[in-house]
Design a protein around this ligand. Structure first.
Ligand code: ME8
Length: 524
């Protein structure tokens, strides 16, 4: 057993049916920030992500490409791993549902549920939406179409195994009532309760027509229907039902399953019902965040209105994209992705507020003190607000991260940065520098600015992991300074700064928008 507190956080495992887009990056970057923050707090973190590789859609895509499904997913999975490397995603484990150990766990889970009567054989008649990999009943269709994506569904009749989800309806409702944090945001909880109350149907958990899936061990003409396979990843990745890992007892139950709102139902109904049937502890929290929208609609691979995160990161820098995703969209709601909003955020928050504060502070330390400033005894009234805000920052950011109000955490950090910029205007160091008698006061002002930057830099590390070390470097500190234990105001006695490159170059908005339009035209 570890002596540290543990924290287990998961992203959805994404379909490698195509390259991932910025919507997938959104979930993953949010989990990464949470995982990094918990690690900074001293938690023993398990951050799991991966790919959900079985099912009809991938079988079809591979056939179209003239390769085997495994060859098809291998290629895409390589791009997924490259993307997470590019975006500084600090996952601890990457699970592929085609990994042997995962398939072994799924087969054990399926067999156990069958043997104890929670899975039974029946006949499936209903409607199937291929892009969503979902079965729907008549009453669930909207205008005869898939209620998730609005596309055509087709009639499906086949022998199939079913999981007795319906049996768990009352226990699920009780779970939500007794654990108000289990489903978040709160508004989504009511949708789940309404879904259960309208009559919870058993879930079809196998197919005979899909060959690309994990065989049902006692009836191999069936393959497992993707959601049982997919959801089991959260425990198979820890070693439940396999010998590959031995971390189930250390990390389960998960502290947080982070998912997009469209798959919250699977995570808050089917998954806990499966775990109840298996007599296993339930995850502590499931958060269904909102969607990144493009031109009013959900950005999605199957609609084709996607933004490629690699292009964005190459053009604007990884931390700029991470910042935009985490800051711009109220966590839990939908938010529009527009180039204008991205460029404005980069310019106003990163280049102007943060970048300028650092470069102005470092330049003044060099100009007036040859680069080295010390803590000076005594503070003036004007220093107090900056000092108080900075001192309170760790507590506020911690609370925001616990509450999953991630954009607010960034707002708090940037409030300190903005306050520090205002402090420069108020204290006017260039005016103080004119009179030798003010030398000590000038040093004090610059020290306060360095302290605000240092504390902001420590906390920014969870969100902007390549910018925080650059900030420290310019403040003359090394990576060991990035430690929440040192986030107290006044903890650093002196600074010897080194001017470096601008953290975020300002973008010429008009030129950039014209360039993007041109690129768009070329692609058409
Ligand atoms: O659903 N905005 O995989 P998937 C925000 N394999 N987030 C988005 C998004 C958007 N426009 N588009 C995608 C699956 N996402 C299953 C999951 S889990 C056991 C199995 C993110 O490739 C969001 O997290 O369709 C969403 O839930 C997920 O990608 C869906 O990824």
């Amino acid at each position: 057993m570890s002596e540290h507190k543990t924290f287990y956080i998961t992203t959805p495992i994404y379909y490698p049916s195509d390259k991932l887009h910025i919507g997938h990056s959104y979930t993953t970057v949010a989990c990464d920030a949470l995982a990094r923050f918990k690690r900074m707090q001293g938690y023993d973190v398990m951050f799991l992500t991966g790919t959900d590789e079985h099912g009809q859609k991938i079988q079809d895509k591979a056939a179209d490409a003239g390769v085997t499904p495994k060859e098809y997913v291998d290629k895409i999975v390589a791009t997924v791993k490259d993307l997470w490397k590019l975006m500084d995603i600090s996952y601890d484990r990457f699970i592929r549902t085609t990994d042997d150990y995962h398939m072994e766990s799924c087969q054990k889970i399926f067999t156990k549920l069958y043997e104890q009567g929670d899975i039974y054989k029946g006949e499936y008649t209903g409607h199937y939406c291929k892009p969503c990999e979902s079965f729907w009943t008549d009453s669930q269709l909207v205008d005869g179409k898939c209620p998730e994506c609005g596309r055509e569904v087709y009639d499906a009749h086949e022998e199939a195994y079913f999981f007795k989800t319906g049996k768990y309806a009352d226990r699920l409702l009780k779970l939500y009532e007794e654990n108000p944090q289990f489903i978040q945001p709160e508004s989504r909880k009511n949708e789940m309760i309404a879904f259960i109350k309208q009559g919870l149907q058993d879930t079809c958990v196998s197919r005979t027509s899909v060959k690309w899936g994990i065989p049902v061990p006692f009836d191999p003409k069936h393959t497992m229907y993707v959601w049982v396979d997919a959801l089991s990843n959260y425990i198979s990745a820890l070693g439940y039902g396999n010998e590959k890992y031995d971390e189930y007892s250390k990390f389960w139950p998960a502290d947080l399953h982070m998912v997009g709102k469209e798959i919250l139902r699977f995570h808050t109904i089917l998954w806990p019902a499966m775990l109840m049937a298996l007599d296993l502890p339930l995850p502590k929290r499931v958060f269904g965040h909102g969607w990144l929208l493009m031109n009013g609609g959900k950005m999605s691979k199957s609609v084709g209105n996607v933004v490629d995160p690699v292009i964005l990161c190459d053009r604007y820098g990884v931390d700029a994209i991470r910042y935009f995703l985490l800051r711009e969209i109220p966590f839990g709601n939908d938010g529009m992705f527009t180039n204008e909003a991205l460029i404005n955020r980069i310019n106003s928050d990163l280049a102007n507020d943060l970048g300028n504060l650092l470069s102005r502070t470092v330049a003044m330390c060099e100009k007036y003190f040859g680069g080295t400033v010390h803590k000076v005894a005594g503070t003036e009234a004007i220093d107090t607000e900056l000092e108080t805000m900075t001192s309170e920052l760790l507590g506020k950011v911690t609370a925001d991260m616990d509450n999953l109000t991630i954009p607010q955490a960034l707002m708090e950090i940037f409030a300190v940065i903005q306050r520090a910029n205002k402090y420069i205007d108020e204290t006017a160091p260039w005016a103080l520098a004119k009179d030798e008698a003010n030398k000590e006061r000038l040093e004090s002002v610059l020290y306060h600015l360095c302290e605000a930057l240092r504390v902001a830099g420590i906390l920014l590390n969870a969100y902007l992991p390549s910018t925080a070390p650059k900030m420290m470097e310019q403040l003359g500190l090394d990576a060991s300074a990035i430690d929440v234990e040192k986030a107290a105001y006044g903890a650093q006695e002196s600074y010897t700064v080194h001017k470096g490159e601008a953290l975020f170059p300002r973008i010429d908005v008009a030129k950039e928008i014209a360039h993007l339009k041109e690129e768009d035209e070329k692609r058409k």
